[in-house]
Design a protein around this ligand. Sequence first.
Ligand SMILES: N[C@@H](CCC(=O)N[C@@H](CS)C(=O)NCC(=O)O)C(=O)O
Length: 242
Amino acid sequence: MEIWTAATPNGWKVNIMVEELIEAGVEFPDLKIREINLTKGEQFSADFTRHNPNQKIPVLIDGDLSIMESCAILQYLGEKFPSDLLPTGDARWETLQWLYWQAANVGPIFGNKLSYTRYMDDVDEVAKAHPLERFGREGRRLASVLNNRLEGRDYVCGDNLTIADIAIYPWVRGWKWSKINMTDQPNVMAWIDRVRARPAVGRGLSYGMPEEEIDQWSEERKTSYRKSGATIAANENLRTET
Ligand SMILES: N[C@@H](CCC(=O)N[C@@H](CS)C(=O)NCC(=O)O)C(=O)O
């Protein structure tokens, strides 16, 4: 099995999943992790495109099967290696609906807010005002939906961490970077700490990242992420032909 990933929210989802499965007793003797350099455009290579026509990380390759989309990969691993991370029966549907909620809402909204907040320096302030307000407000709305859901629950689907938490957490933990304020959402703030305290989550977040920067990036890293984010987000780099 191979995972093509990078130190980004969508990459961390899969890294955390692997580590949680290891924690649950699964062994991955032949797992190869390949770090994709997004700034250099490795995601546009012919080989990458053959495995993921959408040209984005993460990708999972298992024998003849290539899977794109982080949440599909979480579901695939959850089904292949049964555990509490993807429960059965009605609880499975509870988990899957929150997984898809992340894919359809949190990822795109937080990703766009982040882009306008940190990466699109060359877009003029007036042009940025509407998307910043739109994605900022929607991000805050999603945070309050999550806060309500977490009332009386340790994790999104109850007492146990599931693939829904794994999908949502990497975006929500980065609220300072995307500047979507969470401090008035106490259940979300407590959940961020609860998920972070899990040893497997710490290991998953450390892929491609020095230990001391997992929770607090250095100024150099922030500058380099701003630069690579700006390159990836630039309209002229949005390829319409593959
Ligand atoms: N919906 C996709 C999003 C994947 C995605 O946007 N990946 C980013 C990194 S977090 C990427 O590869 N960006 C490179 C690019 O857009 O060229 C998923 O969940 O897998």
